[in-house]
Design a protein around this ligand. Structure first.
Ligand code: MSP
Length: 663
């Protein structure tokens, strides 16, 4: 029995990201888009539910863990936690973070395999082929020594006895399905690509491995574990009930959002697995393009990876959301540039929406004591309200149509046409001049009502992309209902009630200096890549750092004479204050017995300055001085590092004198 829902459900997913690396702006893009769709659907009356998560099995994670000297579970957990934390910190409203190491996911994979097997679509066979470790995929038609056509890395020859999924039996069924559901694969270019692939014939697919251990066991068939793609795709189903999927009524998914490089897995393998298990198929797979940096796809090996946290730290999440959705045509590749990000911010957010909100609200405050004025219909002129209202109502219909088709860039363009129209209207009508003459009072009321109503419409329409800023403007307009619950279908011109008390006008998007902002982003990137924390925190504050540290530690042992070179002493923190412009840094004066040292430490995320004053800490005292953010640091404070990079100070249970040496 399906659950009965008051509202129609809408279930969407992002890919489940690999836990052998940290999120970059490309992953962030996919996840932000999903968040925008979820918010939009909620404003269209859907009970929208979004899943994101972590794809944790496979050779890559196994090898990365090995290098880091950790178990795959431990290693992968550390990274998965950081992915989840990032989405939380960015305000991304995911409803479920599924991990492929979750027990409920294991059960679902084993259950689905059993169903495919019982239905006769699984067989045992021997496979020798070229395998790309990086992509977790056999390379069809490749010979020994060939490179992987997708990533260009050398393939490895692998022979295994495997379980095979009889994909070849699904060629006709899939083609029929695509024909009956022409919108299943979007955009059109990807649909054509998939059709030609399937038309070319499908080979059976090896879905278990005996060469690796880090995977979900095939029940009763040790040492077989499931191939990572068979495992991961099923995550979309595990997230919403697995074998009991019909209890929650969320399956089938309405939308799988994916990057273009994984369309085949989603549009060919996944529906075939579901058909074989007699389960309902997702309604749509939408493949977006890549974010390019310096004209190439971002990748660690190319060294052109852009991370989200420094951008968000310097300019905020909402400008990033706006930029990505406005600048990149959804479905196509797009270049990422800091310059364009800041330019868009200043032109569309600071000078556009932010300025419109502030001038409108300030004038209502000044001329009408903070109450929405009553428009005087009798004084409308042809260049006035009716055309403004028509324009906005038409834009409303157009924007919803565009959002429905994931045409974010054009949707935002249309919304900003309303911004420009209202701005121009204010400039032409000159309310500040009308305010000079008492006989123009009614006209002034009409003009400011019109501006506020235009602003209200814009605010509602832009909400899915700019949730926090629009919520603030909405409140400033005196609206009490949470904006996320407003239904766009019921939105129309003229609903703003005269007499509504507005809130205090506050700046939403202050203008920023471009070069200074870019410099800040770059400085934060530097700080993130080489955090100026103490050795323990520094080395282990990123998983890559932790991996490198453990690997290095395992590889080389040092003699006691090397250890003795490091002088560590007990210090007492005398004063502590934040370093301007650096989120993580604190500037401390630390008494180390015979002198007081100034030390800059990356502790601010975990400790408030006042918590540190009077505390005993361990200080590395014989390091060469260095400058951090222009402040000289003479030593380092020792701390452990949590998986998310947060430091925990080393300390003593017994009393120790200040200046005592650690040996
Ligand atoms: N684990 C698989 C997906 C399994 S889904 C059941 C995987 N993971 S991934 O970590 O490599 O993430 C790939 C996804 O990240 C892409 O599909 C895309 O959504 C996003 N992107 C990664 N790099 C990107 C760009 N440079 N640009 C835009 N999106 C990109 O594949």
């Amino acid at each position: 029995m399906s659950a009965t829902r008051a509202k129609p459900k809408y279930y969407l997913t992002t890919p489940l990201y690999y836990t052998n690396g940290m999120p970059h702006i490309g992953h962030t893009y996919s996840t932000i888009v999903a968040d925008v769709i979820r918010r939009y659907k909620r404003m269209r009356g859907f009970d929208a539910f979004m899943t994101t998560g972590a794809d944790e099995h496979g050779v890559n994670v196994e090898r990365s863990a090995q290098k880091a000297g950790k178990s795959p579970q431990e290693y992968s957990t550390e990274i998965a936690v950081q992915w989840k934390r990032l989405w939380d910190d960015l305000g991304i409203a995911g409803d479920e973070f599924i991990r492929t190491t979750d027990e409920k996911h294991h059960r679902t994979v084993q259950w689905l395999f059993k169903r495919c097997r019982e239905n006769g679509f699984i067989e045992k066979g021997r496979y020798t082929g070229q395998y790309c470790v990086h992509d977790n995929a056999y390379v069809v038609d490749a010979g020994p020594g060939d490179l992987c056509p997708d990533c260009g890395r050398p393939t490895e020859t692998v022979t295994e006895e495997n379980y095979f999924f009889k994909l070849s039996e699904f060629q006709e069924k899939l083609l029929e399905f695509y024909a009956a559901n022409p919108d299943f694969i979007q955009p059109e270019s990807r649909r054509n690509e998939v059709l030609s692939f399937v038309n070319g014939g499908l080979k059976n697919l090896s879905i278990t491995r005996t060469t690796i251990r880090w995977g979900i066991p095939v029940p009763g068939e040790a040492p077989h574990v499931f191939y990572v793609w068979f495992d991961a795709l099923i995550g979309y189903l595990s997230a919403v009930g697995g074998p009991n999927y019909d209890e929650r009524g969320l399956w089938p998914a309405d939308l799988h959002l994916v990057g273009k490089e994984i369309i085949r897995f989603h549009a060919v393998f996944w529906p075939a697995f579901l058909m074989a298990a007699d389960l309902p198929l997702p309604r749509q797979i939408w493949a977006h393009g890549w974010l390019l940096f310096d004209a190439e796809k971002m990748s660690k090996s190319r060294g052109n990876v852009v991370r989200p946290r420094p951008i968000v730290g310097a300019i905020g999440i909402e400008p990033l959301r706006y930029y990505l959705l406005r600048e990149i045509v959804f479905g196509q590749d797009g270049s990422f540039s800091y310059d364009a990000l800041v330019t868009r911010y200043n032109s569309d957010l600071a000078n556009g929406l932010g300025n419109l909100a502030s001038r409108t609200l300030t004038m209502i405050e000044r001329y009408f004591g903070g109450e929405i004025p009553k428009p005087a219909a009798e004084q409308r002129s042809s260049a006035d309200t009716p055309s403004t209202a028509d324009f906005a109502n038409e834009a409303l219909a157009r924007v919803m149509h565009l959002y429905d088709r994931l045409g974010f860039s054009l949707a935002l363009e249309s919304i900003w046409e309303i911004v420009a129209m209202v701005d121009k209207y204010i400039t032409v009508e000159k309310p500040w001049a009308l305010a000079e003459k008492p006989e123009d009072r009614a006209r002034l009321a009409t003009v400011l009502y019109t501006a506020a109503e235009g602003l209200r419409m814009v605010t509602a329409l832009a909400h899915p992309v700019l949730p926090q800023a629009t919520e603030k403007i909405w409140k400033q307009l005196g609206q009490t209902e949470p904006l996320g619950g407003v239904q766009l279908d019921t939105l129309s011109w003229g609903q703003l009630k005269p007499g509504t008390k507005i809130g205090k006008p506050e700046g939403i998007f202050p203008r920023v200096d471009k070069s200074e902002t870019i410099a800040r982003i770059e400085a934060m990137e530097q700080e993130q890549n080489n955090p100026p924390a103490p050795p323990a925190a520094t080395a282990a504050s990123t998983p890559a750092g932790a991996a490198a540290a453990s690997a290095a530690a395992a590889a080389t042992k040092i003699g006691i004479e090397d250890f003795a070179k490091v002088e560590m002493r007990v210090g007492l923190v005398k004063t502590a204050e934040r370093v301007a412009g650096a989120d993580r840094l604190l500037q401390l004066q630390v008494d180390i017995g015979d002198e007081v040292r100034q030390i800059v430490a990356g502790l601010a995320l975990a400790y408030k300055p006042e918590q540190l004053v009077g505390r005993k800490v361990v200080v590395v005292t014989n390091l060469a001085p260095r400058k951090l953010r222009g402040v000289e640091s003479n030593g380092m404070i020792v701390a452990a590092s949590l998986p998310d990079g947060a430091p925990v100070l080393a300390g003593f249970l017994e009393e120790v004198p200040v200046g005592a040496r650690l040996k």
